[in-house]
Ligand binder design. Structure first.
Ligand SMILES: [Fe+2]
Length: 249
C-alpha cells in the first residue's frame, strides 16, 4: 500500500493519498482544488491512476477538487450519502465498506462538526476529518453542527478504536502530522481525559471564533462537488487558484 500525506497551506488541509500497488488504483481523501495539479502529479509520479476522490464532509474552508479531478482524469466522486449531493457517484454509508482495488475503508458516521460528517478507518489508521483534530476538534457552530453529537461521535465511536490506531486529521495549524487514539484520549483538551459533556458544551460555546470567511462560497461550491463560484471576491481568489508552493506534509 502506498500512502502519502499532502498539505494544502491556504486552508491547512491534509489530503491523503492511498494507492494499491497491485491494481494501480488510488484514492484521494479530501483533495483541495488549489492543490489539484500537485496532487495529480504525485499520483502519476507514483505510477498510479486516480480511481476515486472521497470526502469526509462538506467543507467550509476550501473547495474540493473532486469535480475538477473527475473532469481531468475521470476519477469518480465518493461522499457521504447523508448529504444527498446529486453530483456524487457513490454515496458512503456506515456499515458498508468502501473498496478501491485492494484498499478497503470502513466509513464511520461521526456527526457534530457537520451532521453528515464521516471518518474512515483503514487498517491501523483512521482519517478523522474535522471530527477529531490533534489536541482539538472542528467547530460546531455552523453546518448543522452539534456539540452533543460531536462529543458522542468522538468518545463513543473514535475513542472506541484500538488505542494504537493512528489519527490522521483533515487539518493541522501547527505543523503536526499524526496522533493516535490513546494520545487523544489522554491529551485532547476538549474531549480527552474525564471531560464531561457539559464541560465540552461550555468549551464549544465559548470559543469566540470569527465567522468563517470562505464558508458562503465553499458550501455552495462543495454542494456541487467542487465548483468555484463566480462571485468569489479578489481577496479570496487564491482559494480557487493553483498554489505555486504547496509542500508535502
Ligand atoms: Fe470542516
Amino acid at each position: 500500500m502506498i500512502f502519502r500525506q499532502l498539505f494544502e497551506p491556504l486552508s491547512s488541509t491534509y489530503t491523503y493519498l492511498l494507492g494499491d500497488e497491485d491494481t494501480g488504483e488510488a484514492l484521494l481523501i479530501d483533495p483541495v482544488i488549489a492543490s489539484m495539479d500537485r496532487d495529480l502529479a504525485e499520483v502519476h509520479r507514483l505510477g498510479l491512476k486516480l480511481a476515486y476522490t472521497l470526502e469526509t464532509h462538506i467543507h467550509a474552508d476550501h473547495i474540493t477538487a473532486a469535480l475538477e479531478m473527475k473532469r481531468t482524469v475521470g476519477s469518480r466522486i465518493a461522499a457521504p450519502a447523508y448529504d444527498r449531493l446529486s453530483c456524487t457517484d457513490i454515496g458512503i454509508e456506515e456499515g458498508k465498506p468502501f473498496q478501491v482495488g485492494g484498499i478497503s475503508l470502513e466509513p464511520i458516521h461521526t456527526p457534530g462538526h457537520t451532521d453528515g460528517h464521516f471518518a474512515y478507518l483503514f487498517c491501523d489508521r483512521v482519517f478523522t476529518g474535522d471530527a477529531l483534530l490533534i489536541e482539538g476538534c472542528g467547530r460546531t457552530d455552523f453546518q448543522n453542527g452539534d456539540a452533543d453529537a460531536l462529543y458522542r461521535s468522538v468518545r463513543e465511536k473514535l475513542f472506541a478504536l484500538p488505542d494504537e490506531t493512528l489519527v490522521y486529521p483533515a487539518h493541522d495549524y501547527q505543523q503536526r502530522f499524526v496522533s493516535s487514539i490513546v494520545q487523544e484520549k489522554k491529551r485532547n483538551p476538549r474531549l480527552g481525559g474525564d471531560r464531561t459533556l457539559e464541560e465540552f458544551r461550555q468549551i464549544m460555546a465559548n470559543l469566540n471564533l470569527p465567522y468563517p470567511m470562505f464558508i458562503d462560497y465553499a458550501e455552495t461550491g462543495n454542494r456541487q462537488c467542487g465548483v468555484c463560484p463566480p462571485d468569489v471576491p479578489a481577496n479570496l481568489a487564491s482559494y480557487c487558484r493553483q498554489t505555486s508552493e504547496s509542500p508535502q506534509g
